[in-house]
Design a protein around this ligand. Structure first.
Ligand SMILES: Cc1cc2nc3c(=O)[nH]c(=O)nc-3n(C[C@H](O)[C@H](O)[C@H](O)COP(=O)(O)O)c2cc1C
Length: 260
């Protein structure tokens, strides 16, 4: 099967899913374009049958984030081959890859391969490191290797057999938590607006102070990771507890897995 065009599709608030699929694309070795679904204004997009889509999302609570699922539903495939990639913070991916595969099928794609990779956990801090710095060089090498295997697989056949990936249906139930969001320290905040610019749900506004609508915050932590002065941070006890628990129980290095 010949790849006419390669398109990278991702919802990636803290950039690890994006970085990972760029390395997969490098391994496939075809020029690519980006369809970034991270921001609210992500547009509808139609795919052709001769294209290959690499569709990536992070794992939130063993699932894909509802915001990612909603934005993926703006896509329309035309029996377009797709590679599904879930990126998780070294705890577990549970039903996320299966859910991503299922959404892809629902939107008219034909999944040809899947993989899970590890990304620095959104709740990683210097006090509670969780997969700090991942994907690292070794991960990116594996992502390239996965890409070259996908290419070899596509070269090898004309009709795409059904792809099986791990996970269960019904998917793991989403945990309901009280609305919460990061806080801003007015002493160090320079009102640059970065937090508002990187917020995937548009709940941060900056004028003479930073305001966040807690309802609608998906806890992705993009605002914290991108804050140039460190003013944006979590004070929420629940998040701090989870970060400490992850650090204590999920520090042993997990490795990427391929499903081809
Ligand atoms: C709300 C939330 C829930 C998460 N749930 C999980 C999880 O269930 N398992 C896991 O290993 N990592 C989990 N993570 C970590 C992310 O999957 C990880 O940091 C990923 O690399 C983020 O991708 P991105 O950089 O593309 O946004 C979670 C992160 C957030 C913000």
């Amino acid at each position: 099967m010949n790849i006419g065009r390669l398109k990278l599709v991702y919802f990636s608030p803290t950039g690890t899913s994006k970085k990972t699929v760029e390395a997969v694309a490098k391994g496939i070795g075809v020029k690519y374009s980006h369809i970034d679904l991270t921001m609210p204004e992500a547009r509808k997009h139609r795919f052709e049958v001769d294209e290959l889509a690499i569709i990536a999302a992070p794992v939130y609570g063993g699932r894909i984030p509802p915001t990612a699922a909603e934005r993926l539903r703006r896509l329309e495939g035309d029996a377009t081959p797709a590679v599904v990639v879930a990126v998780y913070g070294n705890r577990a991916y549970e039903d996320a890859l299966l859910e991503l595969r299922d959404v892809a099928v629902e939107r008219g794609f034909k999944p040809v391969a899947g993989a899970v990779f590890i990304g620095e956990h959104s709740y990683d801090t210097p006090e509670t490191p969780i997969a700090t710095g991942r994907p690292d060089e070794a991960d990116l090498e594996k992502a390239e290797e996965f890409g070259s295997k996908v290419k070899a697989k596509l070269d090898g056949f004309t009709r795409i057999p059904e792809l099986a990936v791990p996970g269960n249906r019904p998917y793991k139930e989403r945990r309901v938590v009280e609305p919460r969001s990061p806080e801003t320290d007015p002493g160090t905040c320079i009102l640059c607006g970065m937090c508002a610019r990187v917020c995937p749900t548009g709940v941060v506004t900056v004028s003479d102070a930073v305001e966040t609508e807690k309802v609608g915050c998906i806890s992705c932590t993009a605002c914290v990771k991108n804050c140039p002065t460190g003013a944006r941070h979590w004070e929420d006890e629940g998040v701090k507890r989870v970060a400490a628990w992850l650090n204590a129980n999920y520090s042993a290095r997990r490795e990427p897995e391929f499903f081809l």
